[in-house]
Unconditional design. Structure first.
Length: 431
């Protein structure tokens, strides 16, 4: 029987496995070299450090004293001038109609007609809807019949009264009969008056079956469709009519502005403007009134302005910016607001001197508007202040006055070519 070989020991197994592990290292080293070579090639192609081309050193600018970066600084200037500055107050308001009326049914019945179109402009007295009038027509006829009956009885009683009066003169009737007949006439007269009231009530109820617009305005969306049973106690109503011309805007101002508003009202009509989102004027009206007390919760007071709104640009319920002119500052020395700079010592401006250098001049400012600033001290009329380029200036810096940018003429701007990272020349323009 042949000998069966014994399985290798643990030591022998480890000795046999070591050569296989050593064979994997060359492949790993080759893979690392390939990755490093690929990364270096990509860096060289894209111009990354350390393969990026060296930048030329900036040459110092020769010349006189300039701005923070050397050389004369291009700026634009505007001369200070005296103009009238309107003093205005801005606020956020809500458009509110003068009248918003819900047309409701005042009698019960079937809605047999809807006589308006949603969004229609209606006049005062125009028919909006009708309720079935037959029941109320019958009630009116019954009241008129009762009135006619009582009028006939009254006429007969008056004839009898005249007859008894003649008989009393010839002693053909007693005084008691005459007095009784007079009382009967008065009774029938009262019945006729009651009948007239019943007729008027029935006629009013019949008139309620026709629903009319109480004001000039615009109707909203239909609330009840034709054929529905409506009641005088319904809360929803049939349609809402909103008056659009004229219309009001309610806005609030801080209580500190109350004195300026009262002074403006004392001088006459106060102009109020409704503004678009871009600041343009949408409509112009006048201040109507202000509330009789300040809201203690917010410290503000409500004001109401009225606008003609002929073009219906102001819509009920919309938020809108308003601007109210309360005074006008006459012949104030003004400069553009962009010329005013701020520093640790307060407001200042760069003033252009005759030798094309600038002087940092402290200013005493007055009223500030959205585009202008009133100067109370530190500047004289005609002196020119820097409006652009001030961030690059220092006191005494040399400047070059340039004209403001001209509007576009429609010509295509020249193509700008970006240099390639490898320095091989400009790239082709991008489409």
């Amino acid at each position: 029987m042949p000998d069966t070989p014994l399985p290798p020991t643990t030591h022998e197994t480890a000795t046999l496995a070591r050569p296989r592990r050593r064979r994997r290292w060359p492949w790993l080293a080759l893979l690392v070299l390939l990755l490093a070579g690929g990364a270096g090639g990509a860096a060289y192609w894209l111009g990354w450090w350390p393969f990026a081309p060296k930048q030329e050193e900036a040459q110092p600018v020769r010349g006189g004293r300039g701005g923070r970066f050397g050389g004369p600084v291009p700026v634009t200037v505007v001369a200070a001038a005296r103009t009238d500055i309107p003093i205005t107050l801005d606020a956020l308001g809500t458009v509110q109609p003068l009248a918003t009326i819900t047309a409701r049914a005042q009698v019960d019945g079937i809605l047999v007609e809807v006589a308006y179109t949603e969004g229609q402009e209606v006049k005062r007295g125009d028919v909006l809807a009708r309720i079935d009038p037959r029941t109320y027509q019958a009630a009116l006829a019954q009241a008129q019949a009762k009135q006619a009956q009582d009028q006939a009885l009254l006429a007969n009683a008056r004839v009898d009264l005249a007859r008894y009066t003649e008989l009393l003169r010839s002693n053909g009737a007693s005084r008691q009969q005459l007095d009784t007949q007079r009382a009967l006439v008065a009774q029938y007269e009262a019945l006729v008056q009651a009948d007239q009231a019943a007729v008027d009530s029935a006629r009013t109820q019949l008139d309620f079956t026709t629903i009319r617009s109480p004001v000039d305005g615009r109707v909203g969306l239909r609330l009840v469709d034709q054929g529905n049973l409506v009641h005088g106690s319904d809360a929803t109503g049939i349609v809402v009519v909103t008056q659009l011309r004229p219309i009001t805007v309610v806005f609030t101002l801080p209580q500190q502005r109350l004195g300026a508003v009262l002074d403006a009202l004392g001088r006459g009509a106060v102009v109020v403007q409704a503004l678009e989102q871009d600041g343009s004027v949408r409509a112009e009206g006048a201040l109507l009134t202000l509330d009789n007390q300040v809201d203690q919760t917010t410290g503000t007071i409500k004001l109401k302005a009225q606008f003609a709104n002929d073009d219906a640009r102001l819509w009920p319920g919309a938020f809108i910016n308003v601007r109210m002119r309360v005074a006008t500052l006459r012949q104030a020395l003004t400069i553009p607001l962009v010329a005013v700079q701020r520093g640790p010592d307060g407001a200042f401006a760069f003033v252009l001197k005759e030798d094309n250098t600038v002087e940092q001049r402290p200013l005493q400012l007055g009223v500030l508007t959205a585009t202008e600033a009133a100067v109370r001290g530190g500047l004289q009329p005609g002196e020119r202040v820097v409006t652009s380029g001030a961030l690059r200036l220092t006191p005494g810096a040399q400047v070059v006055v340039s004209q403001p940018a001209a509007p576009a003429t429609g010509e295509a701007p020249p193509e700008r070519r970006r240099p390639r990272p490898d320095g091989a020349g400009p790239r082709r323009p991008q489409p």
